[in-house]
Each structure stands twice: as structure tokens, then as C-alpha cells.
Design a protein around this ligand. Structure first.
Ligand code: FMN
Length: 237
């Protein structure tokens, strides 16, 4: 299945066999990683393919392979990580592998030179059902709760995975432009949580994959304000 088709089928896998992924498949995965589109091409990132012993992560399930993700510390780093590695999530699932983002846990290496550890993903051969058979199996907010103007074109974003299924994104449409927002941490806080910014990057990746020819991301100084949310960026499709 294509990456775009995976948007409508994928789910997090939390049950893996303890088999290691064969060398040929690992080569394909590493090759795919060299061609992923970033959200910001001036933020350096690094992905390390490691085993469970290299991370501090208490999980009730076996995860033979992990990807630990590092980034240069710059504005946009979290959205960029979500955007890049959600493309990998879809690719791994298209290879019939299981994958799960892991916000809990830490890498044993907090830094790789100037790059800081951000998040990890577990992947491997799945045990049991790996995919959803229809969109009705997704537990997600309806379009009217994530956008000012309901637009079916936002369906790929609506179905995106997020930390504790928080779905912290919001869209305000103006013509072909979609201004994208992330919920603020508390009622009195203007802070955007790093995990939620990764989530917004993930939903932007779904919009990119579903509109790869037209998708363009940019910052619009005149984007409208949205109470309780922070502006992340805008895209045209
Ligand atoms: C940034 C991020 C962090 C996550 N962290 C965890 C985690 O620590 N443990 C876990 O079991 N699932 C984790 N998940 C998976 C989410 O719980 C899951 O994506 C969400 O509930 C939606 O379900 P789905 O991915 O099956 O569509 C994480 C997902 C994202 C996007």
C-alpha cells in the first residue's frame, strides 16, 4: 500500500515478535530516511537505530528495534521531528511492520554532540492485527471540532496519531491556505507543549503525504489569532 493509503489504515502497534528485522528491510528503511522531506530544512536531525538495551523505557511489551531521534535546538524543532518521522511511521506500516511513537522513556544518550534527544519510536514485526480495516475504527474528534470551516480535505490531518490521542491541532482556512494552531498547555498559559508540537508536525505530515505535489508550508505574519491556541504555521494545498 502507498503512504497515502496508510493514513486511512494505520494504527499504533504495541505487540511485537522478538524477531530482528532482516538486513535487506533495514537497508530499505535507511534508504527511505535519506529521502524524507523536512518541515524546516535548516534544522539538523539525527535518527539512531538502536535496541531496547540502549533506552530507558519501562514497557510491558517487547520492542526489538527502536529509533531514537535527536534534533538541533531551534524554533520549530518539535514540529519538524513529528513531520519527518510520521513519514517514516507510514513507510514502516506500508512495509507491513508495526510501529509506535514513544513519548515515555529516554535514550541513554541525552545528546549527540549539539543535537538533543527528542523522542523515540519502537518498530518491528507485529503480533496480531496491525491495521484498521476502515476509518470508522479511528477514535478521533469530528472535523467541526478541529476546524473553523469543515473541509473534507482535512481528513488526513484529523486521522493523525497524537500523544495520548490528544489531537491538539486546529485549522483556520482562507482559500487554499490552512493556518495551523496547537492548543496551549493550560488555560492561563501561552506555552505550547513539546509533545503537542510533535503531534502538530505529525498531522502536517499527513497533509503533505496526501498532497505531496502542492503542499507548501510557511509562516504567515498575518495569520489570525485563535484563543487558547498558538500559531504553528500555514500550508497551501
Ligand atoms: C508524540 C507521540 C507520543 C506517544 N507516546 C506513546 C507512549 O509513550 N506510549 C504508548 O503506548 N503510545 C504512545 N503514543 C501513541 C498514541 O497513544 C496513539 O498514537 C494514539 O492513541 C492514537 O492511536 P493510533 O496511533 O492507534 O491511531 C504516542 C503517540 C505520539 C504521536
Amino acid at each position: 500500500m502507498s503512504l497515502e493509503e496508510m493514513i486511512y489504515k494505520r494504527k499504533s502497534t504495541r505487540s511485537f515478535t522478538d524477531e530482528n528485522i532482516d538486513a535487506k528491510t533495514m537497508d530499505k528503511i535507511k534508504e527511505f530516511c535519506t529521502n524524507i522531506k523536512p518541515l524546516y530544512d535548516d534544522i539538523e536531525i539525527f535518527a539512531d537505530f538502536v535496541s531496547k538495551k540502549d533506552v530507558k523505557c519501562v514497557l510491558p511489551w517487547k520492542t526489538p528495534q527502536m529509533i531514537t531521534i535527536y534534533s538541533e535546538e531551534k524554533e520549530g524543532m518539535y514540529e519538524n521531528v513529528g513531520f519527518i518521522f510520521q513519514q517514516l511511521d507510514l513507510y514502516l506500516q506500508s512495509l507491513e511492520l508495526g510501529v509506535c511513537w514513544l513519548g515515555i522513556g529516554k535514550s541513554k544518550e541525552d545528546r549527540k554532540g549539539k543535537l538533543k534527544y527528542v523522542i523515540m519510536m519502537a518498530f518491528g514485526y507485529p503480533k496480531g492485527e496491525r491495521c484498521r480495516s476502515s476509518v470508522s475504527e479511528f477514535k478521533r474528534k469530528p472535523l467541526c471540532e478541529i476546524a473553523l470551516k469543515e473541509n473534507k480535505r482535512l481528513e488526513p490531518a484529523r486521522l493523525a496519531p497524537s500523544s495520548v490521542n490528544s489531537q491538539p491541532w486546529y485549522f483556520v482556512q482562507s482559500g487554499n491556505t490552512f493556518h495551523t494552531y496547537c492548543v496551549q498547555k493550560g488555560i492561563f498559559s501561552k506555552v505550547l507543549g513539546s509533545m503537542n508540537l510533535i503531534d502538530v508536525g505529525i498531522c502536517l505530515a499527513h497533509m503533505y503525504v496526501a498532497n505531496s505535489e502542492k503542499f507548501k508550508f510557511f509562516k504567515d505574519e498575518n495569520a489570525p489569532l485563535k484563543k487558547g491556541y498558538g500559531y504553528v504555521g500555514s500550508f497551501v494545498i
